[in-house]
Write a protein that binds this ligand. Structure first.
Ligand code: 1BN
Ligand code: ZN
Length: 301
């Protein structure tokens, strides 16, 4: 009888600890998501932010200010891209938090929005969500200690000017991947994690099928461990995005993208990609998964 009671008590304590852990996790995801959402709101307030625009210059200033305040070393990588709209000045933002090792983990997103003529495109999700989440993560990452050097990259010129093709798309990521391949920097990257369109309040992320399988496995395993299985679907879909030039440079890379935005993806590249379609919860969930994946990658040999 005594044994039975202590078993019940121990089980109760176990359940309480389990409950407490989940509550802490839920609170931490909520705080991270709220912070990311505030950044998205500030960024969207700059208006449409196509490559070469004044609004994108202001966004860049905002991003760099926040990265520096968090404790990252920032670098602007400027170049001129030959596009169907002519020569356009572009700038990637690279933020570095040096670790004890020069081996790196890269988290990336694009921060510019698609140029549109027929309607106003503010890209709350497409361009805004990844940027807001990386800025919120910058603070969390800077408050932890990692063996590896952590880099946050904000790409310019992800979007096509005319029609998506190998030459009209991914201007910023193609430029940086080429540069890092030539300098040998790409061989130091253990993993490249891209986020794009991860703020949809109806979050459902498929395994992007160009991505490195072991990295997708790690992400999906981590999401399941944190109780987020319902948002990380066990099905695949292919999307060309800023991870492609890095995969081509031999870097293990994955793209977390929810390419199912509104009924039949109707909000994508439309006037409806606005703040009201996003949720802090979605941003927080993706953020918590990324933090846990970075921790696991940092412990990997
Ligand atoms: C993602 C967000 N993409 C553009 N904005 C990449 C993409 C390009 C996705 C073509 C599908 C088709
Ligand atoms: Zn887009």
């Amino acid at each position: 009888m005594r044994l039975a009671i202590s078993t019940v008590v121990l089980a109760g304590i176990g359940l309480m600890l389990w409950g407490a852990m989940n509550l802490t996790q839920v609170k931490s995801a909520a705080a991270l998501g709220e912070e990311a959402m505030q950044h998205v709101e500030r960024i969207v307030a700059f208006g449409p932010r196509p490559a070469g625009s004044e609004a994108l210059r202001k966004s860049r200033e905002y991003i760099i200010d926040n990265l520096r305040s968090a404790g990252f070393i920032t670098e602007e990588e400027s170049f001129t891209a030959l596009t169907p709209a002519g020569n356009i000045p572009m700038t990637n933002i690279i933020a570095t938090l040096p670790g004890r090792s020069d081996r790196t983990i890269v988290l990336a997103t694009h921060y510019e929005t698609k140029l549109t003529k027929q309607f106003e495109f503010v890209g709350a999700n497409d361009g805004g969500s990844g940027t807001g989440l990386l800025l919120a993560l910058a603070k969390r990452i800077a408050n932890s200690t990692y063996e590896r050097t952590i880099r946050l990259v904000f790409f310019d010129g992800e979007e096509a000017f005319f029609e998506w093709s190998a030459l009209d798309s991914l201007y910023g990521s193609r430029h940086l991947a080429e540069k890092w391949k030539a300098s040998g920097e790409s061989s130091k990257i253990g993993a490249f994690l891209l986020i794009d369109m991860i703020g949809d309040s109806n979050l459902n992320i498929r395994r992007e099928s160009h991505s490195t399988p072991w990295l997708n496995d790690m992400i999906w395993r981590t999401a399941a461990r944190l109780g987020y299985e319902q948002y990380f679907l066990p099905i695949s879909g292919a999307v060309e995005d800023d991870h492609i030039p890095f995969l081509q440079a031999g870097v293990p890379a994955a793209d977390l993208i929810d390419f199912n935005y509104g009924p039949s993806n109707r909000y994508w590249h439309s006037a409806d990609d606005t703040l009201d379609k996003l949720s802090a919860q979605s941003l927080g969930i993706v953020g918590e998964v990324l933090l846990a994946v970075v921790e696991e990658l940092d412990e990997k040999q």
